[in-house]
Design a binder for this molecule. Structure first.
Ligand code: GLU
Length: 472
């Protein structure tokens, strides 16, 4: 069997975490089985669909590396095809015009609700004699759902599901203006595109029996279905904007690596033993839709942070550096002069949770500061520090090869010569060079700041100390 899966978002907003996970599972199922992954944009709701959302969805998928093999296919390009199938169903008696007014349907609904029944179309127009066709009303088209029997499918995630046709009514497949509705277009598309596996959110589970009936009416074999459970927020309610759930590109802007978000998403509902770390290649090798959990999973930012740190440390620094460049750009920091970004990554990766923090904490490697942090300077740039700072300045100036090892040695030697412990040299030096008391190890910090900048900043610190001396 040729495996063909699809991701079929409605472009009414960003690609959010739930959608991205559905896309990932569909993508993995295709990749794991040498199949094809198709992107279809379900944009028939013209009022709610926007160009910006289409772009945001594709940007999110591109950033995550979820490459599609075919598409994007737009449903709005397929109206003639839908019209053709509607005509076919009508001609075969599988669909019929319905002239019931909104008011009648509303009344029917209210009556059923009052009687404690599930609201459902009563089939008034189902067997109407054409001679009784009311004049002056443009009808909707309804699908003639079987009255008896049941629909059964073996859900790839949930196992066997059976729904009685009793519970389904005659669904509207085309509006009075002829425009087709969701449950119908999905079937025509999945059928025409040869989709073998429909993997989607379980909010669609009630649509599946209706869709299977439409396949049958079209004499087509339904695909296999797998409904993945929803994602909950940390408070147990369905993940929504209220939880700060945002488009996946926001995660990029917040400093997450795509590798980390993918790793995080795949574990939301899928597991392989008790392993936590998966590269995309691991996922493709190990993913099996049958291992997707039936129970909803909860979003946990701490775990995402942990994975982000793991991937920042494990991927080649050059690769992480590309993502880091974006963060400097967002902060407006010019990195064209100063240390290589990959060197920043190798020093900072284990100290921060996100690339955003990494960039924020690396400003000093590219930009000079005007003032020392008041507290750090008060504590460390004191008259007693003048001599050690002068001594280390001389030692640093003499270094020819500016490497962390040589810098480390210079600090040790200076401390020894002066009979001081290393901290008495390193801490004033850190404040002098960074402006604050927080930085990576002093040798790496000096290395990244670079010789020229270091000496200039040490001079600034010596001036600061001199002013204090003069004031006492
Ligand atoms: N367009 C639907 C949605 O965004 C998905 C349809 C499907 O996967 O069958 O919810």
């Amino acid at each position: 069997m040729t495996i063909r899966t699809r991701f079929a978002p409605s472009p009414t907003g960003f690609l959010h975490v739930g959608g991205a996970r559905t896309a990932l599972f569909s993508y993995l199922h295709a990749r794991a089985n040498d199949g094809s992954f198709i992107l279809r944009i379900e944009d028939t709701d013209i009022e709610r669909s926007t160009e910006a959302s289409i772009q945001a969805i594709m940007d999110g998928m591109n950033w995550l590396g979820l490459e599609w093999d075919e598409g994007p296919i737009f449903q709005t390009d397929r109206f003639p095809r839908y019209a053709e199938v509607i005509e076919q169903l009508k001609a075969e008696g599988e669909a019929y015009p319905c002239y019931c007014s909104k008011e009648r349907l509303e009344k029917l609904r209210e009556g059923q609700m009052e009687a404690g029944l599930k609201p459902k179309y009563d089939g008034k127009c189902r067997d109407m004699d054409p001679v009784d066709t009311p004049a002056g009303i443009t009808p909707v088209t309804r699908f003639r759902n079987p009255l008896e029997g049941e629909v059964e499918w073996n859900d790839l995630v949930r196992g066997s599901i059976t729904i009685s046709n009793d519970e389904l009514d005659d669904l509207v497949i085309a509006r009075p203006d002829g425009s087709p509705t969701y449950n119908f277009t999905v079937v025509v598309d999945d059928m025409d595109m040869g989709i073998s596996h429909v993997i989607r959110g379980d909010d669609h589970i009630n649509n599946t029996p209706r869709q299977i009936n439409i396949y049958r009416a079209l004499d087509a074999e339904p695909p296999l279905f797998g409904h993945v459970p929803m994602i909950l927020g940390e408070d147990g309610a369905r993940l929504s904007k209220r939880h700060g759930a945002v488009g996946v590109t926001q995660y990029r802007d917040d400093g997450y690596l795509p590798e980390a978000l993918l790793n995080y998403l795949v574990r939301l509902g899928w597991s392989h033993g008790d392993e936590e770390i998966f590269s995309i290649d691991d996922m493709v090798r190990l993913f099996d839709i049958a291992d997707v959990n039936r129970k909803p999973s909860s979003f946990n930012t701490e775990k995402l942070n942990w994975l982000n740190q793991h991937w920042m440390r494990s991927l080649p620094a050059e690769q992480v550096a590309e993502a880091l460049a974006w963060q400097f750009e967002l902060l407006g920091i010019d990195t064209s002069t100063g240390p290589a970004l990959a060197d920043i990554v190798s020093v900072q990766a284990e100290r921060v949770k996100t690339l955003k923090e990494m960039a924020e904490q690396s400003r000093m490697f590219y930009e000079d500061f005007e003032e020392f942090d008041a507290n750090a300077a008060k504590k460390n740039l004191r008259p007693v520090s003048r001599e050690p700072v002068e001594a280390i300045r001389a030692a640093l100036e003499a270094i020819e090869e500016w490497t962390p090892e040589n810098l480390h040695q210079a600090i040790i030697d200076t401390a020894e010569t002066m009979g001081l412990n290393m901290g008495k040299i390193a801490q004033p030096l850190r404040v002098a060079v960074c402006g604050s008391g927080v930085s990576p190890s002093i040798d790496k910090t000096l290395w990244l700041v670079g010789k020229e900048r270091c000496l200039k900043r040490i001079d600034m610190a010596l001036e600061f100390i001199a002013k204090r001396e003069a004031a006492t």
